[in-house]
Design a protein around this ligand. Structure first.
Ligand SMILES: [Zn+2]
Ligand SMILES: [Zn+2]
Length: 136
């Protein structure tokens, strides 16, 4: 619990009970959950929680850099507590989103290549059929 509160405070987010619960869920479930998944998992213990609150909280977490928003699956925006630059793989068959390491060289942003723009996020998306689906 303390780790979660500290993380929110570090990113200038007021640690309300609902925000703590959502951040905690995201940190414990590295499966890149969607708003629906988080809402379904938390609503039994937090009856006052609404989908809108989950959505708005995830938006704040992303804006403040405590989490990242992934749009790899255009039908289901998903969220990741791991804000380091890493690649994602979407399985077109089961819809799971996997973490993939990405080469250090591609993480570097060279100022001259960005035409003066300030890069704040880098996303690498791969899509295909995951190893588990290939086995079935
Ligand atoms: Zn799959
Ligand atoms: Zn990830």
């Amino acid at each position: 619990m303390e780790v979660v509160v500290e993380r929110l405070q570090k990113h200038n987010i007021k640690p309300s009970m609902q925000r703590i619960a959502i951040m905690k869920y995201l940190m414990e479930h590295r499966t890149h959950p969607t708003v629906d998944e988080i809402y379904t998992a938390l609503s039994p213990t937090i009856p006052t929680l609404s989908k809108t609150t989950v959505y708005n909280t995830l938006k704040i977490l992303s804006e403040q850099g405590a989490a990242q928003t992934l749009t790899i699956d255009e039908r289901n925006t998903c969220y990741d507590a791991d804000t380091s630059t890493h690649a994602h793989f979407l399985c077109k068959s089961c819809g799971r989103v996997y973490d993939l390491a990405c080469d250090d060289a591609v993480k570097k942003v060279v100022d001259t290549d960005m035409d003066g723009h300030e890069v704040q996020e880098i996303h690498y998306y791969y899509k295909g059929i995951c190893k588990q689906c290939k086995e079935d």
